[in-house]
Design a protein around this ligand. Structure first.
Ligand code: NDP
Length: 312
């Protein structure tokens, strides 16, 4: 039997509509959430991501500002730009697109972003809060998007055995921490696998919910999945395909066609986690803005409806 499709495209569309409604209400009170993206250099993938994020921000009514700096920008200059955005009351969310060109030290830059405006959730303070189980932290967008996708598809991780393949700071590690957290979207029993894991299949076969973020094309095969499991594929890989118009095709970290015959539900690539990542960035920006306005007394009432991910 073929697994149900968990569509990130459709779920993200619903989430973005909820965010747009929330932004419209804020605008009705004269409050406009602002997102600034900073791109250094000309990495083609980064250029595309930044453009997509800026467009998505505009579509839900956010004020979006893009700052593009040359490849040879000095670290001190970039830190100056970040400091300017930190101080700007019209900017509520700051995203520095990674990777940054060498010799800029990424940790230095990520630490310079005001934690309250850190809509990527990469600041060590926010990572620490996430590790400590803080339910209100600005969490990294990709894993937060996976949780939202699971919940909205009716696959609450609570009480389930979730296996995460990958332990990067961007996806795997925060993914595991979110699943472990007490409260909505958490309460799973969590196992984390990585490149040193012996017999990956033996571990992944234990999963009720299997989340794969290994960055290896189709590393998870049908025999590695428990029948009836829910599979979320975070991977985005280009593989050569002379038959394809562009000479390549995009595949996930899961062998979709064969795993679909074993799993109960599976997210596709593309059209799975990718659109959720961007939607969660918009969501984080609105949350960050509301917090900043509450702190300054500009937003006094709970006049906006929280999106579902904040309801407990
Ligand atoms: P990284 O390369 O930073 O991390 C990969 C992780 O997978 C590492 O922890 C690594 O282990 C582990 N790993 C690698 N090979 C294996 C293996 N054979 N078996 C078990 N574990 C393995 O990648 P990211 O976390 O940044 O991204 C993961 C994937 O998700 C990529 O395909 C990326 O393109 C995609 N992605 C998608 C996003 C989206 O919005 N859809 C956003 C971000 C990423 P170790 O730590 O030991 O090296």
């Amino acid at each position: 039997m073929s697994a149900d499709l968990i569509s990130g495209t459709e779920t993200a569309r619903v989430l973005r509509a909820e965010i747009a409604e929330r932004v419209a209400r804020l605008r009705g009170q004269g409050l406009v959430p602002g997102l600034a993206t900073v791109l250094v250099g000309t990495n083609p993938a980064s250029e595309i991501y930044v453009r997509m994020k800026g467009r998505a921000a505009g579509e839900v009514g956010l004020e979006s500002r893009q700052i593009t700096l040359p490849e040879d920008t000095a670290e001190a200059e970039l830190l100056g730009v970040v400091a300017g955005l930190n101080a700007d009351p019209r900017v509520h969310g700051i995203l520095v697109q990674l990777p940054l060109p060498a010799p800029i030290r990424e940790p230095r830059v990520l630490e310079a972003v005001d934690p309250g405006k850190d809509v990527d959730g990469f600041h060590p303070l926010n990572m620490g809060r996430l590790a400590a189980g803080d339910p209100d932290v600005l969490a990294p967008c990709t894993p937060a998007g996976v949780i939202e996708l699971l919940l909205r598809a009716g696959h609450d991780p609570a009480g389930k055995h979730a296996v995460v393949v990958g332990r990067s700071n961007i996806v795997g590690r925060p993914m595991a921490l979110l699943l472990l957290r007490k409260g909505r979207g958490g309460n799973a029993t969590v196992t984390v696998a990585h490149s040193h894991t012996r017999d990956l299949g033996a571990i992944t076969r234990l999963a009720d919910i299997l989340i794969v973020a290994a960055g290896r094309p189709e590393v998870v095969r049908a025999g590695m999945v428990k029948p009836g499991a829910v599979v979320i594929d975070v991977g985005v890989n280009r593989v050569d395909d002379p038959a394809a118009e562009r000479g390549y095709r995009v595949v996930g970290d899961v062998a979709f066609a064969e795993v679909r015959e074993v799993a109960a539900a599976i997210s596709p690539v593309p059209g799975g986690v990718g659109p959720m990542t961007i939607a969660m960035l918009l969501h984080n920006t609105v949350r960050a803005a509301e917090r900043q306005w509450r702190a300054t007394g500009l937003l006094v009432t709970e006049s906006v409806t929280p999106v579902r991910s904040e309801a407990s």
